[in-house]
Each structure stands twice: as structure tokens, then as C-alpha cells.
Design a protein around this ligand. Structure first.
Ligand code: NAP
Length: 267
């Protein structure tokens, strides 16, 4: 028999958080035990319009939620400032975090890995939980061996706080593992309008587009002699991230260290 995994969600009232609430409450071997949201403290989820009809208490304080409930896994879908704090609180309570929040620095990830190791607790941070996006990153890494001139264009809804996206940074990191460091473009080029060339990552360029109507999209463009290659992924709905989060919740229960990136838990 599969063991029931008790889950709490921070950012439960947000766009991703609401989707995660629906995913957890509709997964038979998951049990949602607390929803943490800055509003509606003390209410039940069933009292909130658009939320599943479940008698789960809402809190505005993660520490209190983890003290009053037995929790195995915390799903965090907030922002990088509070996301890091939430991971630290989860570790203090012996709870394994699964974090979709983006915008963590490499230092954050390193320090959080150390904390997980000291506590012997599993943790997963993934800047993108959509399987198609993982494939887009892997295919890009393959292509960069042969076509080292790369531009990444990421496009998101205009409410997004961080730029470039965690997925774009992760893609650049994966590409840089196989790509010979190279300064792209004309050495004489001049930016007439500041920012026109985008952000630089080891000579590659990253461009962030923000528009209403978009969800989460990325193109990785490669140029070679007489040819170009474009690898594109589109998340057209936030449900695209839920199978990845579900897998991470199941997997984190078997881990005793921090894993960064969904690609590292997919067989
Ligand atoms: P959102 O709609 O703004 O949701 C964030 C939620 O966090 C809001 O409800 C916010 O409440 C809440 N919050 C802020 N501080 C909090 C705290 N201290 N305790 C509890 N809740 C708190 O944003 P979103 O689109 O859902 O995205 C959330 C995060 O997931 C972002 O970092 C985004 O980049 C990331 N994301 C990741 C993936 C992935 O696959 N990994 C995919 C999409 C998005 P208020 O409204 O009151 O501030």
C-alpha cells in the first residue's frame, strides 16, 4: 500500500499555489494538511471561492502551521525572498521542501544544500516542473556542443517578479557545461539603447519578455554557418507543472540531500 504523504503549501492563494492545491487534493495518496497564504488566516479552504471543498485550515504563519500539523512535505510557490526563509523553517521542523519558487541565487542553492545535508533531509528546488521544458533544456545542451552561438529568449506573463527566469538561467548553466566559453557577436558592436543586447551569461545572451496573455515560454536560438536552429517550449497552462511537482513530492520522501532541477530526478 502506498503511504499517504502529508503536504502543506505556501503561496496557496497564488496562481501556481491554487493549481497545486487542486493537484494535491486530487491525488489519492497525498493529504493536504495546511495552506499558507497571507490572507484568510483561520479560514477553511472550503470557504474560499474557487478552492476545492476541503476542510483544510489556512494560516498566515508557516512556523505555526508546521507546529500545529504533522507535515512530511512543504510545497513552496511564493517568491525568492520568502521562499528561502520557508525552506529554512521547513528544515527546522524536519519537513522536506519541494520548491517551485524561482529566483534563488547560486549562493542560496549552495547554502540550502548544506542545510539539507546537515539535517539529513531531502529537498528539491526546480526552476521548471514541466517535462517539456526539461527536454527543451536537454536538447539545447546537446545542440550547444555543435552550435556554440546561442541566444535565449524567455517570455512570461507580466506579473512575474524575477528576470531572467530561473529556467533561462538553468538553460544557460546547462549549456555552459558543454560549450567552450566564447564571446559572441562583433567585438566592435555598440549598444545604442541600453539593454538592447540582453543579459550576458558567459558570452551568451538572455532576453526577458513580459506581456499579459503569456504563461511561460522559451526559445533557444542557435546560429551556425548557413543555418539556424530554434528549440521552443510553451507552457500554455499552469497544469503543465503539476505532474512534475507530484513526482517531486513522491521523490523527496526518499532523499536525504537537496536536488536542484527536475532533470535530476527523472529517470
Ligand atoms: P503569484 O500568483 O504572485 O503567487 C505567489 C503567492 O505567494 C501569492 O499568493 C503571495 O501572496 C504568496 N506569498 C507571498 N509571501 C508569502 C508568505 N510569506 N507566506 C505565504 N505566501 C506568501 O505567483 P505565481 O505565478 O503563482 O508564481 C509563484 C512562484 O512560482 C514564482 O516564483 C514563479 O516564478 C514560480 N513558478 C515556478 C514554476 C516552476 O515550474 N518551478 C512555474 C511557474 C511559476 P500575496 O499575493 O499576498 O503577495
Amino acid at each position: 500500500m502506498t503511504q499517504t504523504i502529508k503536504v502543506a503549501i505556501t503561496g496557496a492563494g497564488g496562481k501556481m499555489g491554487q493549481e497545486a492545491v487542486r493537484m494535491v487534493t486530487s491525488t489519492p495518496h497525498f493529504q493536504l494538511v495546511a495552506a499558507i497564504d497571507m490572507h484568510n488566516d483561520g479560514k477553511l479552504l472550503s470557504e474560499i471561492e474557487g478552492m476545492p471543498n476541503v476542510e483544510v485550515r489556512m494560516y498566515n504563519d508557516l512556523h505555526k502551521a508546521l507546529t500545529e500539523n504533522e507535515v512530511d512535505v512543504l510545497i513552496d510557490l511564493t517568491n525568492p525572498k520568502v521562499g528561502r526563509k520557508h525552506m529554512e523553517i521547513a528544515f527546522e521542523h524536519g519537513v522536506r521542501p519541494v520548491v517551485g519558487t524561482t529566483g534563488f541565487s547560486e549562493t542560496d542553492v549552495r547554502e540550502l544544500s548544506q542545510m539539507a545535508e546537515e539535517k539529513g533531509l531531502g529537498a528539491i528546488i526546480a526552476p521548471n516542473f514541466a517535462i517539456g521544458a526539461i527536454l527543451m533544456m536537454k536538447f539545447s545542451q546537446m545542440a550547444a556542443r555543435y552550435l556554440p552561438d546561442v541566444e535565449i529568449i524567455e517570455m512570461h506573463h507580466d506579473r512575474k517578479l524575477d528576470a531572467p527566469s530561473g529556467t533561462a538561467v538553468k538553460t544557460a548553466q546547462m549549456i555552459s557545461e558543454v560549450r567552450e566559453p566564447k564571446q559572441q557577436g562583433n567585438p566592435e558592436e555598440k549598444e545604442e539603447l541600453q539593454g538592447a543586447k540582453g543579459a550576458e551569461y558567459e558570452g551568451m545572451r538572455i532576453h526577458s519578455v513580459r506581456l499579459p496573455g503569456l504563461v511561460a515560454h522559451q526559445e533557444v536560438l542557435f546560429g551556425g554557418i548557413g543555418q539556424t536552429l530554434t528549440i521552443r517550449h510553451d507552457s500554455i497552462d499552469r497544469t503543465s507543472f503539476m505532474p512534475g511537482i507530484r513526482l517531486a513530492v513522491e521523490t523527496v520522501m526518499k532523499l536525504d540531500l537537496l536536488v536542484y532541477g527536475l532533470e535530476n530526478i527523472i529517470e
